[in-house]
Every structure is written in C-alpha cells, then in structure tokens.
Ligand binder design. Sequence first.
Ligand code: PGA
Length: 250
Amino acid sequence: MRRKFVAGNWKMHGSLAENQTRLSQLAKGLSQLKTLDMAVFSTAPYLFQCKSLLAATPVKWGAQNISEHAQGAFTGETSVAMLQDFSCDYVIIGHSERRELFAENDAQVAAKFVQAQTGNITPILCVGESLQQREAGTTVEVISRQIQAVLDVVGIQKFAQAVIAYEPIWAIGTGKTATPQQAQEVHSAIRSLLAKNDQCVAQNMQILYGGSVKPGNAAEIFAQPDVDGALVGGASLNAGDFMEICKAAS
Ligand code: PGA
C-alpha cells in the first residue's frame, strides 16, 4: 500500500515571524497524523527555522530547488551538502516555474535529481503540460518526455527513491484544477510508463497531483486510484487549509 503524501510548496513567501506562526500551528495540529507523509518546502534561508520547529513532529521539510553541481563558483546556488546540513528529507526538482522562468531544461533537471540522491535527499520530480500542449492533445507525450529524460540518465531503480508530482501548468495558481478524471488519466499514464521499466517501482511510486489543490477539492482528487497525494502551493500558506488537506488524505 502506498502512503499518501501532502507537500506544501511555500514558493517565495514567508518571513521569520510568519513562518513561526504557521510552523507552530502545523506542529501542534499535525503531530497525531502518523498515517501519511507530510512536508513543507521553504526557501533556503528558512530551512533552519523549519528544522527547529518541525524536528519533533511527523512533518518533514525540504528545499524548492538544488544546484546541479556539488560545489564551486556558482553564485546564488545551494548544494546538496548544504541541504543535508539542515536535515532536508526532500527537494523539489523541475518545478514548472523553474523550467519556465529560469529556463531549466530536462538535462539540468536530471542532473539535479542525481545531485539530490547523492546526498540521500529524495527528489520530487515535477512534470506537467501547458494549456497549449493539453489543447493540442500532447499531454501524455510531454509528460513521458520529461520523465524519460531523467530515466535515461539515472535508470529506473533510482526512481525507487523518488516522488513524482504531476502539475498541469494551467492549473498552478490559477484556481483552475484538473478534474479528478483528468488527474487520474495522467497519473495512470505515468505509472504505466514506469511499469514498462519496472513493475515494482511503478506500484510503489508516490505520484502527487499539484495545481490549485484546496480543502474543498482535495478529497475527490485523493479518491482517484493513482493519486497518492498533493503538492500544494497557495493553500499551504494557510496552516488551517494545509491541515485540512492533510486530514483529507489521512
Ligand atoms: P498552487 O501551486 O497550489 O498554488 O496551484 C502548486 C504548485 O505550484 O506546486
């Protein structure tokens, strides 16, 4: 049985004071939830704060990005060793905002996936199609290409220590959610692609849905057989909303 996983991507939001309130609420409200995986993703400056306030809780923390290099003259980047210093369990890789706004390509995404795993940090590999690609009927093709680009570099066995997040770009931060059926269709296609490489890895893979997940729509999305949780953006900034989504998954 796959465990459900609810992950909160805070993006470039927060402050010490704001995080303190939110993290304390999560620590208090989620401490009894032991049946699912939960994590929050802050920007790098706040990872120490996440560690301090969450270490004694079932909620894990991680980074939103990682350098594809181990160390060196890469101004502004954060290495896997640095994330290890803050006991991160996870890192988000290839979020569509990184791909679109910072021009990250499939090769870089694969290199970041490799870096994360060298430090035993679980990559959450994000994939997703644009509205134009969906309307052109190329959704599964686009997603397969994004996953295959990483598979070609690391091989299927490395996916046993990874998570995949399907995030249709047109649903991110727009208030437009994929229907549960649309999500299921793509999640099932992702699992089939993995199964062609290894049945066991495919069966155990946590595949999260992301894109305007809220307390009001979480349950019906989680009810789909191939949806194993959510990567939540906007709603994860509100502790109450995030906790409701976690409870819907538990
Ligand atoms: P959203 O963001 O929930 O605000 O749509 C999801 C994401 O980008 O991970």
